[in-house]
Structures are given as structure tokens and as C-alpha cells.
Design a protein around this ligand. Structure first.
Ligand SMILES: Cc1cc2nc3c(=O)[nH]c(=O)nc-3n(C[C@H](O)[C@H](O)[C@H](O)COP(=O)(O)O)c2cc1C
Length: 192
């Protein structure tokens, strides 16, 4: 009996030590300005979710910013994004982030033409994902996560990647109570 209590104490201690040492990071690209169904917005739809996730999971937040800002006007932006995708471009980003010290990475993006935005290819390809736990989330306006799960699997060799959590962008933007409930349910399923 004494041994059992002792083992349980050791187990409890090591679990809490583990949780305290585990570091998590939210990496996010999100665009404000004019967007589909929501009009001109001050904060991007995915950014709203990213901030909730960072707060609820005690994670640091890093925003990927393209060196050349995407056009504020929606129609021009979709043309630019389509061209980048057709050209398989790797748009330069303003700043990089060392991800080596993080065990878990929440990876957030808007779905652009069925895929992750090309500036996220730039970020992802600059890093070693081996051994990371990656938890992707996205916003969209109808296509769900599109083909992004396949893209992430291809780009993040050696990572343990969850299935992407997808939410409509206008829900994140205009119905934050309901968005937060969905986020809470999802995080709970993930063990947070
Ligand atoms: C360039 C561009 C391409 C888009 N392509 C898609 C798409 O393929 N499927 C979809 O459902 N929504 C698409 N959308 C809508 C966005 O995914 C949606 O508005 C998202 O919530 C935007 O998130 P953000 O505000 O964080 O950038 C696109 C929007 C833009 C600007």
C-alpha cells in the first residue's frame, strides 16, 4: 500500500513537472481590411481565434507578417493570392521565429484558394518540424479546411499533426460568444 501511494505521488509530481515545462506557441497569419461577407474589419477572423487559443492555453503568440502587405481591397487581394499560388511563390516575411523550444504549436491561417496562404509556406519551410505536436486551425467561408491538411502533412515532415479545426470566418468575427464556445469544446477534446 505504501509503495502504491509513493508511486502515485511520483507519477503526480512528474506529470505536473511535465505540464509546467511543456511550451506552446500559436503561429498565426491573418488579414484585416476588406474580406468576404464581413466587410472592412479591424482584426482578422483567424486572429480572433488565435488570441482566444493563446489565452486559454497559456501560449505565446507569433504573427507571420508578409514583407509586402496584401491589398486592403478584397477583389485585388484574391487576385494577388491566386497569382502567388499559381506561381508557387514564397513571399518574404518580415520576421522569423525560432520554434525549437516549443513542444506544441497551434498553427492558424485563413483558407486561401483551398490552401494555406503562400506566406505560410515561406514560414513553414524555414523550420524543422520533426517531433513537434502541431494543432492546426483555420477560418474559411465555405470550403472548410480545403486541402490544407495534406499540405501541412507534406511540409511538416516528422510532426504529429492533428486534423485542422475549421470555423466560418464570419462566426469568429460576428458571433464571438458562439466562437468561444466552439473553441472551448475543441480545446477540451484536445485535453486542455
Ligand atoms: C485571398 C483569399 C482567398 C480565399 N479563398 C477561400 C477559399 O478557398 N475557401 C473559402 O472558404 N474561403 C476563402 N476565403 C475567405 C477566407 O478564408 C475567410 O474570409 C477567412 O475567415 C479570412 O480570415 P482572416 O480574416 O483571418 O484573414 C478567401 C479569402 C481571401 C482574402
Amino acid at each position: 500500500m505504501r509503495n502504491l501511494v509513493l508511486s502515485l505521488m511520483v507519477l503526480l509530481f512528474s506529470c505536473s513537472a511535465c505540464a509546467a515545462n511543456a511550451k506552446s506557441l500559436v503561429i498565426i497569419f491573418s488579414r484585416a481590411d476588406e474580406n468576404y461577407t464581413v466587410g472592412y474589419i479591424e482584426k482578422g477572423n483567424t486572429m480572433i481565434l488565435a488570441e482566444m487559443i493563446a489565452e486559454k492555453t497559456n501560449s505565446e503568440l507569433f504573427e507571420v507578417k508578409p514583407a509586402k502587405k496584401y491589398p486592403a481591397d478584397y477583389d485585388t487581394c484574391i487576385d494577388v493570392a491566386k497569382r502567388e499560388q499559381n506561381q508557387n511563390a514564397r513571399p518574404a516575411i518580415l520576421e522569423d521565429k525560432d520554434i525549437s523550444e516549443y513542444d506544441t504549436i497551434f498553427f492558424g491561417y485563413p483558407v486561401w484558394w483551398g490552401d494555406i496562404p503562400m506566406c505560410m509556406y515561406t514560414f513553414v519551410e524555414g523550420h524543422d518540424w520533426n517531433g513537434k505536436k502541431v494543432i492546426p486551425f483555420c477560418t474559411h467561408e465555405g470550403s472548410g479546411s480545403g486541402r490544407t491538411d495534406g499540405t501541412l502533412k507534406k511540409l511538416m515532415a516528422g510532426a504529429n499533426i492533428e486534423r485542422t479545426f475549421a470555423m466560418a470566418g464570419h462566426t469568429a468575427q460576428n458571433n464571438r460568444t458562439s466562437a468561444e464556445k466552439e473553441i472551448d469544446t475543441w480545446l477540451k477534446k484536445l485535453g486542455y
